[in-house]
Design a protein around this ligand. Sequence first.
Ligand SMILES: [Fe+2]
Length: 297
Amino acid sequence: MFTLAHLSDPHLAPLPAPHWSELIGKRVTGYVNWQRKRRFIHDPSVLAAIVADTKAQSPDHIVVTGDIANIALATEFPKGRDWLAGLGPAKDVTFVPGNHDVYVREAAAFAGRQWGAHMSDDDGSGGFPFVRRRGNVALIGLSTGVPTAAFLATGWLGTKQLAEFAAVLNALKSENLFRIVLIHHPPISETARHKRLLDAAVFKRVIAAHGADLVLHGHDHRHMINWLDGPNGTRVPAIGVPSASSRPAGDKDGAGYNLYRIEIANGAWQCELISRGFVESGQIVQQRRVVVTGADC
Ligand SMILES: [Fe+2]
């Protein structure tokens, strides 16, 4: 039995005071948006409670699918490094970046420098995709974070990363590992077009050709399950979680996370999903428990 916890979009608050020289380009609109709206949604005490509840479940590994930062100020990255370290050592905590972590061009290297230990292959090498093997499980990390113009929150994998992703999935097939893909943007989403993964169609073609056992994402700040086509009529669940720090607001869910209990039973993979999150009473409770896959292994 391997227990995996999936958190996403912590959007660490409070936002550090920006230096005046940092408030240029897209950061200006992002800063205004934070001050007017987002700082009332992302609550450090909510995030602390979610992290404490996660740790109380004693997962073997924790994955975080992006958006630690808000407007990618230089000071947000050491803060993020400390938060990741608080979840556990880098060997037990895996991270992939979101659009807020690569918010502007000059910040693109910050995540790699400060959070690289959580975004690397088992041999320590960086870049995307990366692969980490933990028991019978393979974690495949992708990056959809690219700097975009103001008011855009799109994601992009790119031809090179997608080609390497296909090769990785193909190679892992022969190892009989439970393949979990980590990606910030959902491959299927009903959110506005300016927030979507632009090359989602190619991503889905790669999954259809080579298969995977689970795709985990964040970005939409909601509990989501969609099914992707896999090879030979199989289906692959793509599952999203809310922001780990959010008070309920609008159509977004209150803070929550998912646990996966993965094992081989009677010659097949069994993967049980348990959702936990805040309810109106202010407590964190189990919200759902369901078997999401039972593919032959
Ligand atoms: Fe986010």
